[in-house]
Design a protein around this ligand. Structure first.
Ligand SMILES: [Zn+2]
Length: 453
């Protein structure tokens, strides 16, 4: 049993039931679980390893609830820089058709490295396109290698253009094969236990790329195994128009009709979710992944997060895929979440601490976990440390916790995931990052050139 003590934190943000912020705080970890939290002087002083957190904010690792990590290979593609969702997708599908297993693996490492360095310790990923030799197994292996807590979503597209869907026929799969592979992945990788490092999620892509039948069958499969369900919903006005025209329903009605509401379900975006939908989600415990940068980038609108929180909807934060962000900086996303609510609903619509709560406790709830998102005894040891002596926070140290959100988004100096030090002195310990970036760039240009040729 290895013990680790983090002590002398300038402020320790617990996100516990009283939302305590402890001055000169400390955390004592045994193996992968938090054993004690309190003032440095009050905790056990001996441990196998001691990390001095002087001059740092120490807080629970952030939780990312929506991403498409493979899209890190197709950032700022010129033809997709200035369109709304459907136009953006139509320009990218032909490029993504060239995706390979190695590209999935390397881009997952790249996206996770960026997330981890920016304060995230748990992420979901929604991989919904499986051309060539691509498998979800390759992103699960990448997560294991880099040491990130991972909810791998087996996405899918089954309705191509010839059947009235948006994606070209060559990137969609047959529904029987999708369900079979999803079942294989759950049986191979899903770990339902407390402190699990890998879980599998059932995740057909969106109303405009899968059938109602696949939505219903997926829900049946997920519930037979007790795994979570995830998809895109009510992202922009065209998305709403498609649901009205094709199903004669609002997105919320469609979700309910397919069995896609409940505490085991979370939907990405919900920018255009109507009041009835908000009540439905609150009543059923259905979660939302809010992705402010992507919503701004694609001009989808401003999700009514203040209203959703007030009505009791579970809301987490997501950076979304890196073709529509095009950053994957988790603390940067927290900042944008706070700012965007203010643009939409006034200066008191979201505080820095509320934004941090959405990104920690909110994300944990949306992913259906009770073991992450807070620093308290019995929780998983997922802890991040931000150093306060940089230029970005100069002059803001009277409130270092708010400074993390208001000032230039910082990177972590330490990240501990499941009790293991994954970032030390600002450097990733688990992968050779320059090598990963070099390979990622080579694969990105190969992918773009393949589409051009
Ligand atoms: Zn998405």
């Amino acid at each position: 049993m290895k013990t680790l003590l983090i002590k002398n934190a300038r402020v320790l943000v617990t996100m516990d039931d009283q939302r305590r912020e402890i001055k000169d705080g400390a955390v004592y970890i045994r193996d992968n679980v938090i054993e004690q939290v309190g003032a440095s002087a009050d905790l056990q002083q001996h441990a196998d390893e001691i990390i001095d957190a002087s001059g740092h904010v120490v807080m629970p690792g952030l939780v990312n609830t929506h991403h498409h990590m493979y899209q890190s290979l197709t950032r700022v593609i010129p033809a997709a820089q200035n369109g709304e969702l459907f136009n953006w997708l139509t320009n990218l599908y032909p490029i993504w058709a060239g995706l390979t297993a190695e590209m999935v693996h390397v881009s997952t490492l790249t996206a996770m490295a960026e997330l981890i360095l920016s304060g995230c310790t748990t992420s979901s990923d929604h991989l919904y396109i499986y051309p060539n030799d691509c498998r979800l197994d390759d992103s699960i292996e990448a997560a294991h290698k880099i040491g990130m807590r991972f909810h791998a979503s087996r996405g899918a597209m089954s309705v191509g253009q010839s059947k009235g869907g948006l994606p070209p026929d060559r990137v969609v799969e047959e529904e029987g094969a999708i369900l079979k592979d999803t079942q294989r992945l759950i049986e191979t990788y899903h770990d339902a236990s407390r402190h699990a490092m890998q879980r599998v999620v059932v995740a057909p892509c969106s109303p405009f790329s899968v059938s109602q039948d696949l939505m219903k069958e997926s829900a049946r499969l997920a519930r037979a195994y007790g795994v979570s369900m995830h998809t895109h919903l009510a992202e922009n006005v065209n998305d709403i128009a498609y649901s009205r025209e094709k199903f004669n329903m609002t997105p919320a009605e469609y979700a309910e009709d397919c069995g896609w509401v409940g505490p085991d379900v979370w939907h990405a975006h919900c920018v255009q979710l109507d009041d009835d939908g908000i009540y439905l989600f609150a009543r059923t415990g259905t979660g939302i992944a809010h992705c402010p940068c992507s919503n701004m980038r694609l001009a989808s609108g401003i999700a009514p997060i203040r209203k959703m929180l007030d009505r009791g909807v579970s809301v987490g934060l997501g950076v979304d895929g890196s073709a529509s962000n095009d950053a994957g900086h988790m603390m940067g996303e927290v900042r944008q979440a706070m700012l965007l609510q203010r643009v939409g609903f006034g200066p008191d619509a979201m505080t820095a601490r509320q934004a941090l709560e959405v990104a920690t406790l909110g994300g944990a709830k949306v992913l259906n976990r009770d073991d992450i998102g807070a620093l308290k005894p019995g929780m998983s040891a997922d802890i991040v440390m931000f150093k306060l002596d940089g230029i970005g926070m100069a002059g803001a140290l009277h409130d270092p916790v708010a400074a993390l959100v208001f000032c230039t988004p910082p990177n972590v100096s330490y990240s501990i995931i499941n009790g293991k030090v994954v970032v030390r002195d600002g450097q990733l310990c688990t992968v050779d990052l320059p090598v990963v970036i070099e390979r990622h760039n080579a694969l990105a240009s190969q992918l773009a050139m393949g589409a051009a040729g």
